[in-house]
Design a protein. Structure first.
Length: 159
């Protein structure tokens, strides 16, 4: 049996004939450790264990190899309002939703992470130029953010 919990873990249970349960394995999903990582749903389908977090991340584990890291999928929870391609790396796309979230996608791979901004204002449109992202929000403010070029860019800083 598979269960999930608000403590951000999933548990695989062995159930005996006497209806007693014993935890076989506790699974954890990578995340920031915040409320959005609380697990709210699960499914065991053949050899796949699927968990869903409050923030919308779907993690898929292999029942035959519980020690293997899960494959994770995520994206926007709200409608996408704009999309841009990084000119410095045309395989990288950035999408934004009106709730202020910017998601990085890599062509041929898919979801690559959420980009966090200091300002979490709603985004109407945005553009990426070199290593900067310019956003325009519903609050009629324009913000310039620096896109870090580390191997796994996930953070934006306002400049």
């Amino acid at each position: 049996m598979l269960t999930v919990s608000a403590d951000k873990s999933a548990k695989v249970w062995d159930i005996t004939e006497g209806n007693n349960g014993k935890v076989k394995k506790t699974l954890t999903c990578a995340g920031s450790g915040g409320v959005e990582d609380m697990l709210v749903g699960c499914l065991w389908l053949n050899d796949y264990l699927v968990t869903v977090s409050l923030g919308g991340t779907i993690s898929i584990f292999l029942a035959s190899d519980l020690d293997k890291a899960p494959t994770a999928f995520s994206g926007h929870m709200k409608n996408v309002s704009s999309l841009t391609i990084l000119r410095s790396n045309p395989r990288v796309l950035l999408s934004s939703s009106y709730d202020g979230l910017i998601v990085k996608w890599i062509q041929g791979i898919g979801y690559s992470g959420k980009l966090h901004r200091k300002e979490n204002s709603q985004i109407k449109c945005f553009a990426a130029v070199e290593e900067e992202i310019v956003t325009s929000g519903f609050d009629n403010k324009v913000n310039v953010c620096l896109l870090y070029t580390s191997p796994s860019p996930r953070d934006l800083s306002t400049s």
